[in-house]
Design a protein around this ligand. Structure first.
Ligand SMILES: Cc1cc2nc3c(=O)[nH]c(=O)nc-3n(C[C@H](O)[C@H](O)[C@H](O)COP(=O)(O)O)c2cc1C
Length: 159
């Protein structure tokens, strides 16, 4: 269980830069640009070769990715809102455009190019994804304030 305060800290995606990554057909990362590395808090060499779900945020519903993969596998473009988790546990929102890279008429990889999301849209998507996750997985995110003397032991929270 994530108990760190870092997970509530948002990193803003700059307006004038694109966050780019490419994967093989199984979703393993083959390329990231400098901006991707910077925003996600990883070094490029820590990401290359890893499955793209290294930055998956627990708030993302399974159905969003299922729809994304089905669309890509049909050879179509998928566009959608994604909340990602940084290496330090923080998060950032992007609007992603994902598609197949074609070279000499053949599909060779997938790529994703991402841009920033407005505050209003982040709120709308957080609510939608909270609802979907609750329906699909039966989980609800909760933040609690409890009296110090009633705090469970740290070991209990880690379980
Ligand atoms: C080109 C491309 C880019 C992707 N970018 C992300 C991303 O930024 N964040 C993310 O959580 N998943 C991304 N994915 C989807 C992941 O591969 C994975 O399906 C997702 O994180 C769900 O993880 P899971 O399948 O282990 O549940 C991307 C996939 C592709 C093909």
């Amino acid at each position: 269980m994530q108990t760190s305060f870092d997970m509530f800290i948002e990193t803003e995606v700059p307006e004038d830069e694109l966050i780019v990554s490419r994967t093989d057909f199984s979703g393993k990362i083959t390329y990231v640009n400098e901006t991707f590395a910077e925003i996600s808090g990883y070094k490029p060499e820590e990401l290359i070769g890893k499955p793209h779900n290294v930055i998956r945020h627990p708030d993302m519903p399974k159905s969003a990715f299922a729809e994304m993969w089905a669309t890509l596998k049909r050879g179509e473009i998928w566009e959608g809102y994604v909340k990602n988790m940084r290496k330090d546990g923080g998060y950032y929102w992007v609007f992603a455009h994902m598609s197949t890279v074609i070279k000499e008429g053949k599909p060779v990889e997938y790529k994703s190019v991402r841009e920033p999301v407005s505050r209003e849209k982040k709120i709308e998507m957080q609510n939608l994804y909270d609802t979907l996750r609750s329906e699909e997985e039966g989980t609800t995110r909760a933040v609690l304030y409890v009296k110090n003397e009633k705090l469970p032991a740290a070991e209990a929270l880690e379980a």
